[in-house]
Design a protein around this ligand. Structure first.
Ligand SMILES: NC(=O)c1ccc[n+]([C@@H]2O[C@H](COP(=O)([O-])OP(=O)(O)OC[C@H]3O[C@@H](n4cnc5c(N)ncnc54)[C@H](OP(=O)(O)O)[C@@H]3O)[C@@H](O)[C@H]2O)c1
Length: 318
């Protein structure tokens, strides 16, 4: 099979097309013929060697996490999935994953995928996987948003995680305030944010009119320390990146009436199934672009500069 891989840690231009053996599914696994994928900041961080623990050490390193495609072989003890099913999900972020989704095929655990909703393209399904589950697990689980809803603030709305988070928070019955810049501001209004704040115009978190149940810092650009005053009692500040500042905030938060958390997204099938339902109901996955897989290197360079969700056509894209 064809794949896009990095020979070792280095610049994005070092990514090459390679031939790799077609993998065979084992117990509880299926082989997916990948139709589409999507770019995540984790892809360039892994290639550049900035976050080595997100991927295994096998070389060449086939890149990419998000996927949507068709099951073409199943291993022993697989239930609930058949050859010919269209499924989506993402490969695990961690040192035991030696596969990549920028490849014609990959092996997935049947417990880590969900059936792609009919009528939703492979590109949108793939583009929703990491970002959608990050939003669900941050806002609903770590944020503990009440089932009846509440007030949620999302940062980085022009980004892949921030943009889908507006719709996810609304599906969770929240009223959403969005923080962003440029084209993201109009996008956030269209997605249903009731208040949209331009982070380039006024210092944040000043000027906030609300107190929030959950502040989801999808952009990982802010700190609990600065925003805690905008949280309701028991409310949570959830960030997408761990840091020394986060560790110090976590400690300080233990003596406060608010919480701070770091999300580490996990491929839970129930969450993927919920996301699939919402996609079928029209949850929007705002795409900044769609590129063929042969252009992944330039796509990742673009993502690094501007952020935003970029879908990747894998089938027919080499
Ligand atoms: N821990 C996890 O499980 C997990 C999962 C997924 C992603 N992540 C991480 O979450 C982060 C966001 O992911 P993504 O896919 O949304 O990335 P992205 O598409 O690159 O978006 C990042 C967004 O952050 C905002 N931003 C950029 N620079 C900023 C600054 N200086 N101050 C404030 N906001 C700034 C921008 O939106 P605006 O201009 O609209 O503000 C940008 O579009 C990445 O670091 C990614 O690695 C972590």
């Amino acid at each position: 099979m064809k794949a896009i891989a990095a020979p070792g840690y280095g610049p994005l231009e070092g990514l090459v097309q390679m031939d790799a053996p077609l993998p065979t599914p084992r117990r509880g696994e299926v082989r997916v013929r990948v139709v589409a994928s999507a770019l995540n900041p984790a892809d360039y961080k892994v290639v550049l060697g900035a976050l080595k623990f997100l991927h295994g050490r096998k070389r060449p390193l086939i890149v990419g996490y998000d996927f949507s495609g068709t099951v073409d072989e199943i291993g022993p003890s697989v239930t609930g999935v058949s050859v010919g099913d269209d499924v989506f999900g993402f490969l695990p972020y961690g040192p035991f994953n030696n596969q990549g989704a920028f490849a014609e095929a990959l092996i997935a655990k049947c417990a880590e995928i969900a059936v792609k909703p009919k009528g939703v393209s492979h590109e949108l399904a793939a583009a929703s996987a990491t970002s959608g589950l990050t939003a669900i697990q941050s806002i609903r689980d770590l944020g503990r948003l009440p089932a009846s809803g509440g007030q949620v603030l999302v940062t980085g709305v022009s980004g892949g995680v921030g943009s889908i988070s507006v719709g996810v928070a609304r599906k969770l019955n929240a009223t959403v305030t969005a923080v962003g810049s440029g084209k993201g501001l109009e996008l956030a209004r269209r997605l249903g944010a009731v208040e949209v704040l331009d982070r380039t115009e006024r210092p944040l978190p000043g000027n906030l009119h609300e107190q929030f149940d959950v502040i989801f810092d999808a952009s990982a650009a802010y700190r609990w320390r600065g925003w805690r005053g905008a949280l309701k009692k028991g409310g949570a500040f959830v960030t997408t990146l761990p840091s020394a500042a986060f560790a110090s905030d976590k400690l300080a938060s233990l003596f406060s009436r608010t919480r701070v958390h770091f999300v580490s997204v996990k491929s839970r099938p129930a969450d993927l199934a919920l996301l699939a339902t919402w996609l079928g109901e029209g949850l929007e996955v705002p795409l900044a672009a769609t590129i063929p897989v042969r252009d992944v290197a330039s796509g990742l360079a673009q993502l690094q500069k501007t952020g935003g969700r970029i879908a990747v056509q894998v089938a027919g894209g080499f």
